[in-house]
Design a protein around this ligand. Structure first.
Ligand SMILES: [Zn+2]
Length: 247
């Protein structure tokens, strides 16, 4: 990412030299940054993100790379941002974070390209970082940062396959990332139903001589499903809480 550092410094110098032009609302006269996807979405970056995230989308937890390449997602939008659906697009975005590891995640195309778009709501928009000071530490993002200090499980739980929020951050994250979209709920439900079926078999065969073996196989599979590299692990954790102490 040395090239990324050079690009960041070049863009920062551009902004510092003539910042007003980057804030213009007119699309044809506004100064624009050029961002190089050859750097932030380079194969080496993508491969490392896939490895770190176990090939899961940073938002919806679906395994994406079996069926698509996946997007390199900027948590803080690099070019422009929107506070909410009623706000205008504001320029510039977080241009200085375009090549920062802490701002890059692997995301599925639906979470990134169809839902998140340029949205980056803050709990208090007045604390938005100033592009000169770049003081993001003052910000309290409404979206749960997949790699941040906040545990998503404190904000989003699952009722069956359906995500439910327990906080304002959870509500906004589910809403803007479309985490309760129909096709995702359906896919989670199929995964959940398989493990529920096995749980039922264990209950039905509880009096059988084979009961301990059936229970062990169920718990082994549950252990796999709740491990962080498994698809939809948060959902499995919520739905099988009573068994977690046994694995
Ligand atoms: Zn996703």
């Amino acid at each position: 990412m040395n090239e990324g550092v050079a690009e960041r410094n070049a863009n920062s110098a551009l902004y510092e030299g003539a910042s007003a032009g980057f804030h213009l609302t007119n699309n044809s006269t506004r100064s624009k940054f050029e961002f190089s996807s050859d750097i932030y979405a380079h194969d080496t970056v993508k491969e490392l993100l896939k490895h770190i995230q176990s090939h899961k989308c940073c938002f919806c937890e679906a395994k994406i790379t079996h069926i698509s390449y996946g997007d390199v997602e900027h948590f803080r939008p690099k070019a422009a941002y929107k506070q909410d659906e009623n706000s205008n697009l504001e320029y510039p975005g977080y241009f200085w974070l375009a090549y920062e590891w802490s701002n890059l995640y692997l995301s599925c195309q639906i979470c990134n390209g169809r839902n998140k778009l340029n949205y980056f709501p803050l709990e208090d928009n007045l604390n938005r970082a100033n592009p000169l000071l770049r003081d993001i530490a003052l910000e309290d993002p409404s979206f749960i940062d997949p790699g941040g200090n906040i545990n998503p499980e404190d904000h989003i739980s699952f009722h069956g396959a359906i995500p439910e929020s327990s906080t304002a951050k959870g509500t906004i994250t589910i809403k803007y990332l479309g985490l309760d979209r129909e096709e995702l709920n359906e896919d989670r439900l199929e995964s959940l139903a398989r493990l529920r079926a096995l749980e039922n078999i264990v209950e039905i065969t509880a009096d059988s001589i084979k009961a301990p073996e059936a229970r062990k196989r169920f718990l082994d599979l549950l252990e796999t499903c709740v491990s962080e590299w498994s698809e939809y692990s948060s959902m499995f954790k919520c739905n099988f809480k009573t068994h977690l102490a046994k694995i």
